[in-house]
Design a protein around this ligand. Structure first.
Ligand code: NAP
Length: 278
């Protein structure tokens, strides 16, 4: 095995990163997880951790946490891209957000850094309903969000991971920006309705004001910076700008993207949403 052929997966325990790691492992390719819990540890907030994580690394999948839209993110990722190139990394695949000006600035920084690049500009993930902030409300039977009848083409992170691994391991993806969406756009009410139908549970969707949402998050003791981020994302990204569906999963992989219903059936079978008896 080439000692300088490692792929660093930043956020390698997160929603997309974990799946990228599984695929690299399956292919028998060397990888290193970048996370605060990994050894060596990687921490976006502690730049002394970056170089040890980049030792022997040829390619990296980069997911920034919590979001490229938070203050300071651009400067941090720009600096990280510079560190990767100095360390000899030749290929960078960036997970980006659709409809975020700040994410587009990070994309520009990536394009300018000198490494070979691929950008995955993604819609809201399906897995937010099962591995992130919507899970607890779904289990509780009521999801209240400051989003009206705006349709979002939720994308499955299994597709995001498939495209990331293709970009990391196969030719033909360099210098490409993929806007990854699912095959159809659904409102949040549609999405929750589908989860209720498949699980056989009574789950309500309520569209509430940003003020009421803020009050609910404060009451749940969510940290202030997280509240601001979530309100920004709901208010900015979910204004209809991202409703159009793209064909970029097919452009990258030669097949259609996974449908939301397939995700719901798979996830319901895992039991994570409860079985309706609770
Ligand atoms: N969620 C979506 O719908 C969506 C859509 C489009 C784009 N995105 C983009 O995806 C990115 C990740 O978002 P996500 O919500 O899906 O999260 P995620 O990848 O599930 O995030 C968790 C990962 O980040 C790591 N992490 C957390 N804090 C860290 C730190 N200070 N330093 C290093 N690693 C850290 C965690 O590992 P440790 O805790 O072990 O450190 C874990 O591996 C964001 O940039 C977001 O803009 C998300």
């Amino acid at each position: 095995m080439n000692q300088n052929d490692m792929t660093l997966v930043v956020g390698g325990t997160g929603k997309t990163g974990r799946r990228v790691v599984e695929r690299l492992q399956h292919l028998g390719l060397p990888f290193r997880i970048g996370s605060r819990a990994a050894r060596p540890a990687f921490d976006w907030e502690d730049r002394t951790t970056w170089l040890p994580s980049l030792d022997g690394v040829a390619k990296a999948y980069v997911t920034y946490y919590p979001d490229l839209a938070v203050p300071g993110a651009l400067e941090t990722v720009q600096s990280f891209f510079g560190h990767t190139v100095d360390a000899g990394v030749r290929k960078l695949v960036l997970l980006s957000g659709r409809g975020e000006v700040e994410a587009e600035q990070a994309e520009q920084a990536l394009k300018a850094c000198g490494a070979d690049w691929t950008i995955l500009r993604c819609s809201f993930f399906n897995q937010n309903f099962s591995e992130n902030f919507f899970l607890d409300p779904i289990v509780a039977g009521e999801v209240a969000l400051p989003v009206g009848p705006v349709a979002e083409p939720f994308v499955d992170v299994e597709d995001v991971a498939d495209v990331a691994v293709a970009a990391l391991t196969q030719p033909g993806h360099s210098g490409k920006l993929y806007e990854l969406t699912g095959p159809r756009a659904l409102t949040f009410a549609d999405a929750i309705g589908e989860i209720a139908r498949v699980t056989g549970r009574d789950i309500r969707y309520l569209s509430i004001t940003p003020e009421d949402y803020r009050a609910a998050l404060l009451q749940a003791q969510v940290p202030g910076n997280v509240i601001e981020l979530v309100l920004y994302l709901f208010g900015t990204v979910l204004d209809g700008r991202n409703t159009p569906v793209t064909d970029d999963v097919r452009r990258a992989l030669g097949r259609t993207s996974r449908d939301f219903t397939e995700y719901v059936q798979r996830t319901a079978a895992s039991g994570v949403w409860g079985d309706g008896r609770g």
